[in-house]
Write a protein that binds this ligand. Structure first.
Ligand code: 5AD
Ligand code: SF4
Length: 472
């Protein structure tokens, strides 16, 4: 079976919905004890950690930022690249050392890395000091495992799931800006990517459950919602209920939440309806993260990305022409197996063409079990590093040029927190998702504020607060 066939097969599988009432079963057995939670990886993991926090807090734990003070350590792991894995194992060394002094310390590993069978085997064999191992599909079982923890390693990982759980509660990091999962998993099988294996098949939440969560958060005063999915444009396909991502986006916008965002979009099947809805509603932020991965058609084909550069360009142009003032960022991989200097030059060319507002750039990392891991790869690491350096130079040039266009302009910023850049400074993001450090008081936090931009750098802007937005 070739890859697209396999994807169709998976799309036909039925998504089961299960409502859970997990908090009713949790007893606060650990009052006065402390948890230390460390999150690796993407927004999906950050949001999963908000679920983990909820369970830990229901169990009676309170948070600490000092590892040595913890009674339970939870590492929520990432598997996307080898260095994410190395960081986890590096940190485990510290945890193991601490456990020697603190025998009752509970060590728990969660997240994507736990979905890889060879990792579990390694953890079972070589890291017996770890108490609990839990996967991405069953986080709601964590409180049960912690409560019954009994000296031996407990591993509770489902290899796959057709389920969507509803009624999940979160202890959210912010009272201003919230993540909402709209779909889990991914069926795209880009050949370099481990996500379809660690997060399972694509499964969407029903629109009514998402809207209920949006309304609940809006009523609590949230100013911004980000809809989360590995591939948001696939939203709804598995449900077959006659609605898609454009429908969802429009319905969420209509709730009147002040700011609405979404990540991540795939260039394949980014529909005209989506573009029209984004253009129509002022509360849908003009910011699109649209991973391109490579500028070479030959490499895109090997990556199983399902679009050519001319198709990406056509989509990019449509987005730029229809959505006023839109910012587009991207992801790019260099050193994919078989990438030649000519292929890489095409990547530089497309960056020159699109002049992205920003790009996350990576060196290809071989993930065991993915199709690309078996492809011949003769490019030396030093050459890949050199390509990354050359790419970043161009990427940063355009980030700066785009930011400089905002100099002396007035922009709207949702102020989310105090800035690390000094006293009497706060920070937040523009509608186009640019970070601004603002001279202004803490009272601005939680508000959408007009800011005059006074300085532009590659990765952030400086500004002065003018007024609070009128309809705030
Ligand atoms: N190696 C390098 N980068 C990767 N990404 C995903 N898998 C890999 C890999 N094996 C990058 C892609 C993706 C982003 C989230 O991470 O660019 O869009
Ligand atoms: Fe991975 Fe994204 Fe491709 Fe899915 S669409 S396989 S998450 S890179």
């Amino acid at each position: 079976m070739n890859l697209p066939d396999l994807c169709q097969e998976r799309n036909r599988a039925k998504t089961d919905i299960e409502f859970i009432n997990i908090d009713l079963d949790i007893k606060p057995l650990f009052k006065g004890k402390k948890y230390f939670l460390r999150t690796y990886g993407c927004q999906m993991n950050v949001h999963d950690s908000e679920e983990i926090k909820y369970y830990l807090e229901c169990l009676g734990f309170s948070s600490t930022n000092t590892l040595e003070d913890a009674d339970i350590v939870v590492l929520n792991t990432c598997a996307i690249r080898e260095n994410a894995k190395d960081k986890v194992y590096g940190y485990l060394g510290r945890c193991k050392h601490l456990k020697k002094e603190k025998k009752d310390l509970i060590i728990c590993l969660a997240g994507c890395l736990m979905q890889e069978p060879h990792e579990i085997e390694n953890l079972r064999k070589n890291h017996d000091y770890i108490d609990i191992i839990i996967g991405t599909h069953n986080l709601h079982e964590l409180p049960k495992l912690i409560a019954k923890k009994k000296g031996m390693q407990q591993v509770e990982v489902y290899s796959n799931s057709d389920k969507v759980y509803e009624n999940i509660r979160y202890s959210r990091d912010s009272k201003i800006s919230a993540w909402i999962n709209i779909a889990y998993g991914c069926d795209k099988f880009c050949t370099y990517c481990i996500v379809p294996y660690t997060r399972g098949r694509e499964r969407s939440r029903k629109i009514e459950n998402i809207l209920e969560e949006v309304t609940y958060l809006k009523n609590k005063g949230y100013q911004e919602i980000t809809l989360l999915g590995q591939n948001v444009n696939a939203y709804g396909k598995d449900l077959n209920l006659g609605y898609d991502f454009a429908t969802l986006l429009e319905e969420v916008a209509k709730t009147g939440i002040p700011r609405l965002r979404f990540v991540t979009s795939h260039p394949w099947n980014f529909t005209d309806e989506m573009i029209d809805v984004i253009a129509k509603y002022p509360n849908i932020m003009p910011y699109i993260h649209l991973p391109i991965q490579s500028g070479s058609d030959a490499i895109l084909k090997k990556m199983n990305r399902r679009y050519t550069i001319s198709e990406y360009k056509a989509l990019f142009e449509k987005i730029k022409s229809k959505i006023k003032n839109v910012a587009v960022t991207t992801d790019i991989i260099v050193g994919f197996p078989g990438e030649t200097e000519e292929d890489f030059l095409k990547t530089l060319e497309i960056v020159d063409y699109c002049k992205f507002d920003g790009a996350y750039t990576f060196i290809f990392s071989k993930r065991m079990g993915t199709a690309a891991a078996l492809m011949p790869d003769n490019t030396p690491l030093e050459e890949k590093e050199e390509r990354l350096r050359r790419l970043n130079e161009v990427v940063n040039k355009y980030s700066l040029i785009n930011n400089q266009k905002l100099l002396n302009q007035e922009v709207e910023v949702l102020v989310t927190e105090e800035s690390e850049k000094g006293r009497n400074k706060v920070c937040g993001y523009t509608d186009t998702f640019k970070l601004v450090n603002i001279e202004g008081s803490k009272d601005l936090i939680g508000k959408i504020v007009k800011v005059k931009i006074t300085e532009a750098k590659s990765f952030s802007l400086d500004g002065i607060a003018l007024t609070e937005k009128v309809n705030n």
